[in-house]
Structure formats: C-alpha cells, structure tokens
Ligand binder design. Structure first.
Ligand SMILES: O=P(O)(O)OC[C@H]1O[C@H](O)[C@H](O)[C@@H](O)[C@@H]1O
Length: 682
C-alpha cells in the first residue's frame, strides 16, 4: 500500500513534512503496476522531495500499454500524474471549474473540472472535454502533505512528443475501483538513474585521475554542521491506507481510448526525465483567448513591486481559459492565415509552425499570440512573489523573480530545464532562493561585515520603467530591465548610494544574457568598492560526468583553504568531491560539458575576470536546509565574477558586467565550440 512514513525528525517543527512512499510488495494490488513503475522509474524519490503533492493513481488494467512502452515514456506519463500541491477531494471540489494545476512533468499543467454536482475530472490543460478522466476516489490522504487519488485511466499527455510516445488507455468504464494497495519502497537514486540514464557515449569521458591536481592536495573539508536527520535512523512508522470513503462510481465519462489497442512500436524517445519543479507555484495564467482581448503593451502593464516583504499565501492553481475546440491542422492553417492577413508579426511559414507548437506548449491563444507582449509576461510565482517570464518562439523561456532579481528557470526548446533550482528552495524573503542565478553584490563571499554574498539577492527589485539604452541582440524581444537602489536600511549596513540596473534577456536563439550596470550615486564625493558574481547554478545530469573547459592551468583561490592561492595542474577539470574555487583572470569563454546529456553550456563574460566553481558535495549538501541531500549530483555552479580585484567607482561612474550563457550539443565542444553560435554580440 502507499505508506506515508512519519516526518523526518529534521523537519519536525517546520511547516512542511517529508514523505516517503513505501513499497510492500502485493501482487494482488490493483495499483501495483502504477506503484512499481513509480519506483522503477525513479519518480518515487522525486515525489518524496516535494513538500506537498497529489498523486493520481491508475488501476493495473488501465496500464497495459506500459508493457510496450520505453521506461522513459512511462516516466513522462507518470510524472504528468503528479500534481505539485496537495489536493484532496474536498479541496478539489472547492476549486473553480477548470482550474489549472502544475505537474511534475516539465512544468506541464492539468485542468481539473468540477461540474458542481460532485463529479471531478482531469485533462491536459488546453485539451477538449473528451479527454476528461474521472476521479474515482481517495486512496489515502495526509493533509497538506500527500494525497493519493485514484482516477479512471491515463490522462493523455498533450503535445507532439507525448502523443507519439503514449499509448491511449483502455476503456475507462472498466476501471477497477480504488482499493487498498501496497506501495513500492523508495528506490535508491542510483537505481533510478540507471533506469533513465542515456546509453554511454564514447566522447572523451572526463578523466577522474587528472582531476584537481594541485600543488597542494586539498584535504577533505570538514563539514561544519550536519542535519540531525542524517544521523538518525530512517523513519519507520507508516500510515496504512484505507479504501476510499465512498464507493467508486461504476462508469466514467472518459472516451479516451479503444478497449484494445495493438502494441505500439518501441519508442525511441530520448527525452530526458523531467526535472522536478518547485512546489506550490502558481502556474502561469495564459492570456485570454477571446478576440480583441490582447494584453496591453508591456510597458503599460509593468507592475509595481510589492512593498511588503511578507508575501501572501501560495496560490497553487489558476483558472484555465476555455479549451480550444478546433483540431490541430485547421487551427494551424487558420492561425497562419490570420497572421498573414493582419501582418501582425513578421514570421515565415516555418516560424508559424514553430509558433504553433509553442502555442500548444504554453496553451496560449491565437489572439494573444498576435501580440508581441507574449515575449514578456508579468505574473505571480511561488508564494505570490512577482515573477517575469521571458519567452521566445521556439519554446525557449526564462523566469525571474523580482525578489533578488533572480533568474530561477531557463529552458531550451524542448522545455528542458537548464538551471538548477533546489526542490527545497525557499521562496520567502529575505532568504535568498537556492538555485538559479542569484546576484552577489556588493560582495561575493563573506569577507566583509556585510551579509554573505551581499544584499542584492535578498531584496525586492523593481521593474525599471525607463532604463537607459542597453545593448543586447538587436532582434531580442524577450527582455526585462530591473533596478535596485540604496534604501535607508541598506545605507545603514553599506553607506553608499548606488543604482544597480540589471537587464535579463532571452535571445531568439535561446541564449540567456544578464547585463549589470552599477553606478555610484554618492553625493558626498565618496568612492565605493565592491565585488560581484552571477552565481549561476547549472542543472547537470550527473556531476561525476561533467567536465569544465577553459580553466585548466589557471591560478585559483581555494575557498576551502582560506582563499589560499593554488595553480590548477590537471589537463581537465572534473568533480569527485567538494569544490569551491575562485579561478583568476580567466578567459572570456568557459564550457561546461554534461557528458551524459551530450550538451554543453557555454558561458561568455565581459567585465568579469574571475570565475567561481562551486559544488558542496554530500556533507555540505546535507547541512543546507534548502538543498536536497542528493541534489549536489545535479548541480554545478560556474559563476562569472569579479572577486580578486574589487571594482572601485567614483561618484557618477558606472561599471558594466555581462554574462551570456548558451547551450549547444556537445559535438560542438571539446575545443570545437561553434563560434557563430556562442559569439558575444551587441
Ligand atoms: O549558501 P550561500 O550563501 O548561497 O553560498 C553558497 C556558495 O556560494 C559560493 O559559490 C561560495 O563560493 C561558496 O563558498 C558558498 O558556499
């Protein structure tokens, strides 16, 4: 059965609990297939990382298609059945009709429909009602933590790739009623990884032998503090799960599939497993689909930053606009005609097709797509904090919070997350968000009496309504300008007046540009001095299979050894233990090769001579409350920085520092980076 293990002692007293889904093997269980695939695909451990979650489980007889599907496809389907917040039947019934819920599947959303008479159904956001899958009942619920609900069949993933890989469910009318079931034990992450990891590729495997050869060997750094929970025995108490309180309905309204379907061909999908999204985020409310209801220009809709530092409670759901009723092909034709006849956008037919896919992915209506404003959307994120979403037409996107002016997401055209954001990230000022790209200013580190990494990442920034001209790619439409000025509070801890302007831009090629301009606005004639870093946390598949190029043979200050100076001796930089180094006078281009995913991040920088490389490894990961114990395996921080020689500005002077990150297939790398793809422009 699903067993919800008692709270990890470490979290006692905190507002959230940690959950473990246990597996007591019970072949009779009507949910055993779902349970075992949840564990086998490694999703169970991802679910355990969520603070509040709802799992929509499906009886065995509806999952026969899983026998024919690739593990990765099953994983995608299952992750689409994990809703990133707690919803029991009562809460579902209290929702407005057609509410959109975020799922674990790459930020995709589900629509929950409440017909007002007690019937609840689910379908992919934007799908038509004939995709509805009915809620049968509750398997188990632990308030505010985990809710396990049985539904009548598979909720078919929308979109081209999922349509290819997913077998329609068999007739939902034959669905087994919810029953008491036994659940899988947590899978060790290594096992999960094995099941989803791509096949090894014969391309320059990082040499661990040559790693970190320095003049002085770095002794293992002692952990300063350790979570009590890590030393404590594993939680053992489980809550047994009862049958649903009410008898399941005998019929469902699902018309999703034929009863018998021939086995589909083996999928060749190479889509990587979805990256866990942080919990309790209010999903983006798509613009209205009604004709003429085009959003106002961005500048006019620029929101005022909230003055309060205590955000309202998390809003976990948004109301969905009416579902499209046209089939894809006519909609595409009419969309292209509409665009052509109104000459609303300068797009080729191919861009129209791209855009149509994009539209499907984002569930954005034709009318609102006609507006250029769709490149920049101001909305609410986790805990109601102000967020800006940048989008480009092939599906690239980036998100940033006004709190800290922190980029928290950067996705490629496959909607794969490229930045690391901890599942335990706390979106609650003044604590900086763990992951993404925090801005370290006016100091990097904690050398000064100032707070570590300065205050810029802990403050609420404003959208700059009238930024001075700032160069970026000429064709860039998706950008936002933010500003932070000294306040009376900050003057007490850093007695200087300043203006910090940050432009975050997403280029049409999907590259992410951050440009900082910091001006001394002191009126007392005083200089000021600062250090700086773009604390960029990249999402990597497996840190032990990552290599960094561009820093070999350079001098560095080792943060683990009181910033003592060493010289990097190895011919490659790979990772097998904690690292916290400030490389000095680095080249303007650094490459981070994710061997397993065969992709390379290219970081280019200007005005920032140093580069910080950080991974806390296991002990320090466990010591951080807002960082998962195992998450160090999926993160590498490589930060364009200026640390060794602080910047000094006279009153009226301005400094500019820029970081541009791109992602390219690894075939371009290992010294063969395609210059046309990664050249700085603007
Ligand atoms: O925990 P934070 O204050 O966010 O700092 C996280 C890390 O940031 C940088 O990379 C520093 O070099 C590390 O020494 C530090 O541990």
């Amino acid at each position: 059965m699903y067993g919800i293990m008692e709270e990890d002692p470490f979290f006692n007293g905190l507002s959230h609990s940690t959950l473990q889904i246990k597996h007591h093997r019970d072949p009779q269980s009507v949910l055993s297939t779902f349970n075992s695939r949840l564990t086998g695909t490694g999703l169970a451990s991802q679910i355990n990382n969520q603070k509040a979650v709802t799992v929509l489980v499906i009886a065995n007889d509806q999952l026969r298609s899983f026998n024919y599907q690739a593990e990765n496809d099953v994983r995608q389907i299952l992750s689409f059945h994990v809703v990133l917040d707690y919803y029991d039947e009562t809460r579902l019934r209290s929702l407005t009709s057609r509410t959109v819920l975020p799922t674990l599947y790459q930020g995709s959303t589900l629509t929950v429909n409440n017909d007002g008479n007690g019937a609840i159904t689910f379908r992919p956001a934007g799908a038509s009602p004939n995709m509805d899958i009915k809620l049968l009942g509750t398997v188990e619920a632990q308030p505010h933590s985990i809710s396990v609900l049985q539904i009548a069949g598979i909720i078919t993933l929308s979109g081209p790739s999922s349509a290819r890989s997913q077998q329609p469910p068999s007739a939902a009318t034959n669905a087994s009623p919810p029953r008491k079931v036994l659940a899988p034990a947590p899978t060790p992450s290594t096992q999960a990884k094995k099941s989803s990891a791509p096949a090894p590729v014969p391309v320059r495997t990082p040499s661990r032998q040559s790693n970190n050869k320095t003049r002085k060997a770095s002794p293992p750094s002692p952990s300063t503090k350790t979570k009590p929970s890590n030393n404590a025995p594993s939680p053992s108490k489980t809550i047994s799960i009862n049958a649903p309180a009410s008898p399941p309905p005998s019929n469902t309204t699902s018309v999703n599939s034929p009863t018998e379907t021939p086995p589909p061909p083996e999928s060749n999908s190479t889509t990587p497993p979805p990256v866990a999204s942080p919990p309790t985020e209010a999903p983006v409310t798509p613009p209205s689909s009604e004709e003429g209801n085009v959003p106002p220009p961005v500048a006019a809709s620029t929101p005022k930053p909230s003055s309060s530092t205590s955000p309202p409670p998390a809003t976990a759901a948004a109301v969905e606009p009416p579902a499209p009723t046209k089939s894809a092909a006519p909609a595409l034709i009419s969309f292209c005609f509409t665009l052509h006849s109104f000459t609303m956008m300068r797009l080729s037919i191919f861009e129209c097709i791209d855009k149509f896919e994009w539209q499907n992915r984002f569930n954005i209506s034709n009318a609102s797509m006609a507006s250029e404003n769709v490149y920049v959307e101001h909305c609410k994120g986790i805990n109601g904090l102000d967020k800006v979403i940048l989008r480009e037409i092939r599906g690239y996107s980036a998100e940033l919070y006004l709190f800290g002016s922190q980029v928290t997401s950067w996705k490629n055209d496959k909607r794969e997350e490229l930045l690391f954001l901890s599942n335990k990230a706390i979106f609650q000022p003044p604590k900086a968000i763990r992951g993404g790209i925090p801005i370290c200013f006016p100091q990097f580190g904690n050398i000064d009496s100032l707070e570590k990494h300065g205050f810029a990442r802990n403050l609420l920034w404003s959208v700059d309504p009238d930024p001075p001209p700032c160069s970026s790619h000429a064709s860039t439409r998706a950008f936002v300008d933010l500003i932070l000025r000294h306040s009376e509070e900050e003057l007490k801890i850093w007695p200087h007046k300043f203006e910090f302007r940050l432009r975050v831009a997403l280029t049409p090629a999907g590259d992410l540009l951050l440009t900082s301009r910091i001006r001394n606005t002191n009126t007392d004639g005083k200089l000021f001095t600062f250090t700086f870093a773009y604390h960029s946390c990249f999402f990597v598949t497996d840190i032990s299979e990552v290599r960094v190029e561009g820093l070999e043979t350079l001098d560095y200050l080792d943060n683990l050894q009181n910033r003592e100076r060493f010289t990097e001796q190895g011919d490659t930089i790979t990772f097998e233990s904690e690292v916290d180094k400030i490389y000095l006078s680095t080249p303007t281009k650094i490459a981070i090769l994710d061997h397993e995913r065969k992709r390379t991040f290219v970081l280019r920088k200007d005005g920032l001579p140093d580069a910080v490389v950080w991974n806390p490894w296991d002990k320090k990961a466990k010591a951080m409350a807002d960082f998962g114990d195992e998450e160090y395996k999926q993160m590498l921080c490589v930060q364009a920085a200026c640390v060794e020689n602080p910047i000094t500005l006279k009153p009226g002077e301005e400094w500019k520092g820029r970081q541009e990150i791109s992602v390219v297939p690894s075939s371009y790398c290992s010294g063969h980076i395609d210059p046309s793809r990664v050249t700085f422009t603007g």
